[in-house]
Design a protein around this ligand. Sequence first.
Ligand code: IVH
Length: 699
Amino acid sequence: MSANSSEDAAKLDATIAAMTDLEAAAELAVLAEKIAHHNQRYHGDDDPEISDAEFDGLMRYNSALEAAFPHLVLPNSPSQKVGAAPKAGFSKRRHAVPMLSLGNAFNDVDAHEFDARIRRFLKLDDAAELAYSVEPKIDGLSINLRYEAGALIEAVTRGDGAEGELVTANVKTIADIPHQLHGDCPEVVEVRGEIFMGKADFLALNAAQSEMGAKVFANPRNAAAGSLRQKDHSITASRALKFFAYAAGDMSSPVADTHSDFLKRLSAWGFVVNPLSITANGMNAALAQHQVIGDARADLDYDIDGVVYKVDRHDYQQRLGQVSRSPRWAIAHKFPAEKAETRLLDIDIQVGRTGALTPVARLEPVTVGGVVVSNATLHNEDYIVEKDIQIGDVVRIQRAGDVIPQVLAVVMEKRDNSQPFIFPDTCPICHSPAIRPEGEAVRRCTGGMTCPAQAVEGLKHFVSRDAFDIDGLGSTLVQELFDDEVIKSPADIFKLTAQKEMLMAREGWGEVSADNLINAINARRAIDLDRVIFALGIRQIGQATAKLLARHYGTIEALLSAASDAMDQDSKAWQDLTGIDQIGDSVAIDLVTFLNDDNNRQAIHDLLDEITPIAPEAVAEDSPVSGKTIVFTGTLMQMSRAEAKARAESLGAKVAGSVSGKTDLVIVGADAGSKARKAQELGVTILTEEEWLNLINGG
Ligand code: IVH
């Protein structure tokens, strides 16, 4: 039962009014169980089964029943609890000040009622407008950051509101979260805010997860939660998590009279405060900002699910206090859910650059959050089986990250006449066998570069923004030139510069457009080596790994020769390759396999006839660590692991992932474990973070 519109709400009221005590008690018991279950799925498992709107509907039904039958409120009623109890695995911490939840408003009428309620409570003059802080409601997970004497000492998740999980080491890997506050601050400062993952980062993570056969996340919020709750904080560090600060917890002395001033203090201390936050004078001005934020929503790189209104004056907040689990001085004005139901007409299989067969849902067009959707991703073969998705089913879809819509679930009650989908075991494009290695989630076409789909996707990747980034040569033109058999391999792109006549003869082209394209291509003949490596489209070699390889090997020739030596896994070349921090066996195998394939080698040699890769900037040779091999272990306090690594590399050091006889220095942070012990055994020099900083800063 939901009550999104006032019509639904009226129906709900009528249903409740007709209920007996017995019926209401039974309903409340079922609701308590249902809500507890969905709370666990959402907060505990990061794997919700129902939409936020449906969950809100259950909560509203529960509140309405409790309001009508107050004597039946159960001791385990969901209205008495926030979220789920902390997950096992992390140690628990009680919050000095409980972390509350927010009540919801679903329309302007609800928002005006909230304003009226507060004004009555505060006995305000009718003419006086009440000032609100208006902020986007970020769809992530909230965290309490405790600073003592300006230093971050503890980070605790919300948990059930009273106690959460201690995730300090993981949180310290998030660049937006200062380890040390700037400027003056009270002895104890607790800052609260939202950890989240951007939409683009979410899509990239899911693509990588799916490629590796690992779990794909349903939405950026779950991806953020899953990334934060890692036992190994280096995994958290590798995920692009961000943070907006928006509230205070425990404070040893007050720092501002209004919330708006508090937000300014947060910025001054070094936090990121959401730029769409404003102070509005009166509810109408607040609603206008709700509109502004709603209009900006689709273009933001992070998910928001509403707008939060907070009474700006702290003395008013104090007077207003809280009711059960929410403050009386704040409310979340939700946006309509970006979900819809439609029919699955068919499932198409797309073949990607690495041969991965990806199922795509063809849908009866439907509007979701103002956009017509007719395709949605189904991730991979297992997803279809797990969710029991069949052709002809009515499915619930969501615009995840507002970009690529996804199929969430089948509406089973509406199933009739659906047909199971049989995942193909041959490539739909080149008909080569499509193989799914044991333990992997992805089935791949074995056609390699002879498969037209893989070839053209590879070329599209080659010209993409982070690769060769050739102005005017986008996916569509690449597809056309490929279909016309003008370009078959990367080198052919550079041969276009000698084919001006052919270009000018193309439909819609003239001399100017041909010249522009030729100039743009020529402009990329000298290009950074890491872009070249990334552009090759080797499985698991993203931008960051390409940079590492470029810095490590310096030239394509050196990389090719190392790759050929590394075919023997007992070789020094293999050890050297897998000794690079962040390059494990699986990445190394993909790299070596790709670079030793005859067709790929030929394509690279042809390409090198056309371009000149630029070696990475020479690193400092006179630094105290130049030429040294360094290993970082444990949690660093002054900078993130990624920063420390970049810094060391810029000083000419090699950063390795594990301690061996070749290691010169081991820098140990807090909670360092086996690597520090191994360094001791091997007699490798060990430095504390402090000593390390002194060494490189010449202190
Ligand atoms: S203020 C006492 N501000 O929404 C009020 N919360 O449903 C404390 N959230 O647990 C929260 N953006 O995780 C506040 N700008 C914002 C927010 C925000 C997202 C989340 C937060 C909170 C939940 C309440």
